[in-house]
Design a protein around this ligand. Structure first.
Ligand SMILES: Nc1ncnc2c1ncn2[C@@H]1O[C@H](COP(=O)(O)OP(=O)(O)OP(=O)(O)O)[C@@H](O)[C@H]1O
Ligand SMILES: [Mg+2]
Length: 308
């Protein structure tokens, strides 16, 4: 099988703020036409990592070391489109800004905006192009954001919790849209969410982040069926299942360390049900569990090939 061309390479990315290092050395690659899901609880460094790739880190936050490399262009969509959409601009003009910035004429840019609204499944696109952002539902606004992102012909689409604020039906429709765009355009997608169930519906591979580090990565099926890191196991245990009331799901007790904490061992050790002495003394090495599946746990071991 031909390996897909990597269009996104992130290597040992470390991000610094005035309070410490919220991202402590994250590495991943994404191929053309592939979706990598990035999952981890609040504060694990998902958004800052995406912003570093886009080159739009907040003031006072810098890449400390490591590299991010995009072949082509990246575009980013966020959880709340209202913070990005311009309330004083009709949505068609907002989308047309991308092509306009690339030197496309006004009429042609407007025509492209309508074409993009059609591509992302907005009904009556020519009419909707003249709507103001506040006149659209949350789901339609998110489609407009996706259209605006596509207007720059990105090779990489960075999605930061784009469906989290939406109800489950609209969420499913948007996941289907993003998946279709991946296939049709051969775009690389990074889909960030704190929700492993959502990520596993759209991503071919999953990266699990904990306290600013990648702790496990592998094909989605493999991560769900054979998670090796106790944190991934806990995330899977917290996925709602039919017939189990939400209040009866296991939760992960405790909280992750602050970005300023100087860590000697595994960051998950204080919350880990299987932690031993070595876990608070030494940072675990990354173990190759199977080809393409890695885990950073002292107790993860490779699976012999004959068992697979
Ligand atoms: N502008 C900033 N200045 C200082 N610290 C920041 C800034 N933005 C984020 N941080 C800190 O960096 C850490 C990682 O933040 P980030 O937003 O990347 O987390 P996240 O994984 O996206 O979480 P969430 O699921 O809540 O969106 C957090 O501890 C956060 O408080
Ligand atoms: Mg975030």
């Amino acid at each position: 099988m031909n390996e897909p061309v990597n269009v996104l390479n992130v290597k040992d990315l470390q991000i610094r703020t005035a309070f410490g290092l919220p991202v402590k050395g994250v590495s991943f690659t994404v191929g053309a036409g592939e979706c990598l899901g990035v999952v981890g609880e609040s504060g694990s460094g998902k958004s800052l990592s995406l912003r570093a790739i886009s080159g739009v880190l907040p003031r006072g936050v810098q890449v400390d070391s490591g590299t991010t490399e995009v072949r082509g262009r990246s575009a980013m969509i966020f959880q709340e489109p209202m913070t990005t959409l311009n309330p004083t601009m009709r949505v068609g003009d907002f989308i047309a800004e991308g092509p306009r910035a690339q030197g496309v004429g006004k009429a042609e840019a407007r025509r492209r905006a309508v074409e993009l609204l059609t591509e992302v499944g907005v009904p009556d696109p020519a009419v909707r192009a003249r709507a103001w952002p506040h006149e659209l539902s949350g789901g339609l606004r998110q489609r407009v954001m996706i259209a605006a992102a596509l207007a720059v012909e990105p090779s990489v689409l960075l999605c930061d919790e784009p469906t989290t604020a939406l109800d489950t039906t609209v969420q499913a429709q948007l996941l289907a849209l993003i998946d279709r765009l991946r296939r049709e355009r051969g775009m690389a997608i990074v889909f960030v969410s704190h929700n492993l169930a959502v990520v596993s519906r759209i991503a071919q591979r999953v990266l699990v982040m904990y306290a600013g580090r990648g702790v496990e990565e592998g094909p989605t099926d493999e991560i769900l069926r054979r998670p090796k890191h106790p944190y991934t196991q806990a995330l899977i245990g917290a996925i709602p299942k039919p017939g189990v009331a939400a209040g009866h799901l296991p939760t992960i007790a405790g909280a992750p360390p602050e970005p300023s904490a100087g860590l000697v061992g595994c960051a998950f050790a204080p919350r880990c049900p299987s932690a031993q002495e070595v876990c608070s003394d030494q940072i675990p090495a990354t173990v190759q569990v199977t080809s393409g599946h890695t885990a950073g746990c002292h107790f993860a071991s490779p699976i012999p090939e004959k068992v697979l």
